[in-house]
Design a protein around this ligand. Sequence first.
Ligand code: PRP
Ligand code: URA
Length: 209
Amino acid sequence: MQNPMILDHPLIQHKLTLLRDKNTGSKEFRELVGEISMLMCYEATRDLPLQEVEIETPMAFTKAKVISGRKLAFVPILRAGLGMAEGVLQLVPAAKVGHIGIYRDPDSLQPVEYYCKLPSDIAKREVIVVDPMLATGGSAVDAVSLLKKHGVTNLKFMCIIAAPEGMKALTEAHPDVQVYCAALDEKLNDHCYIMPGLGDAGDRIFGTK
Ligand code: PRP
Ligand code: URA
């Protein structure tokens, strides 16, 4: 599989354009983050293993497929990842959810971890980390390292917009992690914001600017 995988389905691109628009308010922004995440999750779960079970339809007994094997867990990076978690959980409602709190220090731009609560069986699960923005990559690299310390071996990372710098940092630090994003943007600006990006994802989701 290609790594990173750019999920540029027309529906995703259309919604992403609305998401980037500075005139899109928090309510619509949140809805769009959820919808894009759901569409991306459809692709990111394409390789889930299936097993056959026997069922009875109103017409006959038949064999049919259900998802088998390892179970999924989603891990949003707080805060902005919460917006994506809502979307992916609509698709896989039985998944467990862990939370990792990391913010980027505005001066040093280094990731600061402030919270971690994971399902007790996280090491046995396939884990999809979600965060809409991959900028320098510091937060994503740290979140994945933390999950590996908790024994997770099967990891994917899903973001909506990535900067080339962050994508390089993540794929070099964790080459075993399959990365999905909807757009690989041009560059970071002097404050390490993604250009053209969408601004501050957490502020736009929660209306905190
Ligand atoms: C944003 C975003 C990522 C991080 C990306 O979070 O949601 O977690 O920045 O930047 P990086 O790749 O350079 O680490 P932020 O630090 O703004 O925290 P918030 O979600 O709490 O607003
Ligand atoms: N975090 C954001 O929310 N946006 C960026 O462009 C970079 C980091």
